[in-house]
Write a new protein. Structure first.
Length: 375
């Protein structure tokens, strides 16, 4: 098969782009240095969540969550898709007022959300600390096991017959018409899409991406201990820290009955080792919200690296003048799983010249070149 499109990266974003373009009849070849969903996709929580830190983040995450809801009936048991919903937890009166503001914003945009006072929160999630002031429930948020979904998109989606994969193929250079592999082989195609997260910087040095290291811990099985994805209301502020180390409470009920506990963010390191002081800080924070946590058995901790852009939004569209003919789908930070399906739709619309389902301007890579020129 001679490919129309080469995609570098077989994570959830690359897989979504491949499935979308293949469904349009394009012949797609996907190259990855490791395996399907083996990078940031495997390291993350798989939380599908509407975020409203900015209008652009809200538009992309909401549209993508709708696409996940449409895809869900096709997914398998092993993909662990569950509509558990999200509860944003308010620890005090100030955060309770923030929850009320957040509720009004969601309701104005047609996103179903329910305010929970302290008693309702306690009834909803009895394991939370009794001191919590309330919360906000977003009922249609979900969770999924992203590595297996990436595999399904590449092998079983409607266009899978148009997709070929080459795993263990490390790309060392890209241009608008071909890629070069580590063994010197060159593969040509009309279009090249770079969707391999932080490793994209090794191919395009000018990309404004920074690594954000994160820790996660999974427990033994404690069925029904929590029922929703739980996040503290100050999580958004933590998620967009640009320097230093920060932690925030984030707990997910896995379909297995296990709890997945996060989250942390560190800059200026690419060491994948678990940082025990940071892990301890993260777990202390979580125990403030879930007092039972210190009595549970944690069975594994690991780290991953989010590819963060300066403004917290992904780069979706043609690369800058230094790489003519190359397309980007990178910089999703902690929302790669959530926004993968929308990213694929936006990129496909640009490639085919169709009208995009939501405005693409906030995500175009050229915005950083324009800012540099203005500065």
């Amino acid at each position: 098969m001679t490919a129309d499109v080469l995609i570098v990266g077989a994570g959830i974003v690359g897989a979504a782009c491949a499935a979308e373009l293949a469904a349009l009849g394009m012949r797609v070849e996907v190259l990855d240095a490791q395996g399907i969903g083996s990078g940031a996709t495997a390291a993350g929580m798989g939380h599908i969540v509407v975020m409203n830190d900015s209008p652009a983040e809200f538009a992309l995450s909401r549209y993508s969550r709708d696409l996940w809801q449409e895809l869900a009936p096709q997914l398998r048991t092993c993909d662990a898709f569950a509509r558990c919903g999200t509860v944003w937890v308010a620890a005090d009166d100030e955060e309770w007022q923030a929850a009320r503001v957040m509720h009004a914003a969601f309701e104005a945009q047609g996103v179903s959300a329910q305010l929970l006072d302290a008693a309702a929160l306690r009834a909803c999630e009895p394991a939370l600390a009794e001191s919590m002031a309330g919360g906000l429930r977003i009922e249609h948020d979900s969770i999924v096991y992203a590595p297996t979904v990436a595999s399904w998109l590449l092998t079983q989606s409607s266009g899978a017959g148009n997709i070929r994969m080459r795993l263990g193929a490390r790309v060392t250079a890209v241009s608008g018409g071909d890629v070069t592999l580590a063994d010197g082989e060159r593969i040509s195609a009309a279009k090249v899409i770079v969707a391999n997260g932080l490793d994209a910087q090794k191919l395009l040095r000018s990309l404004p991406l920074k690594p954000k290291k994160g820790h996660l811990l999974i427990t033994d099985r404690y069925p029904e201990l929590i029922h929703h994805q739980l996040l503290e209301l100050s999580y958004i502020k933590s998620a967009h820290h640009a320097t230093g180390t920060s932690v925030a409470f984030n707990a997910q009920p896995r379909p297995t009955g296990q709890l997945l506990i996060g989250s942390s963010r560190q800059f200026d390191t690419t060491d994948p080792a678990v940082d025990m002081p940071v892990l301890a800080q993260m777990l202390r924070r979580a125990a403030h919200y879930l007092p039972v946590l210190p009595t549970l058995n944690g069975i594994r901790a690991w780290t991953g690296f989010r590819a963060a852009s300066p403004d917290g939004l992904p780069l979706i569209g043609p690369a800058d003048d230094s790489a003519p003919g190359v397309w980007l789908a990178v910089g999703h930070e902690g929302l790669g799983v959530t926004t993968s399906l929308a990213t694929a739709r936006l990129l496909a619309a640009q490639i085919t010249g169709d009208v995009a389902p939501i405005p693409v301007e906030p995500y175009l890579p050229v915005r950083f070149a324009q800012k540099a020129a203005h500065d």
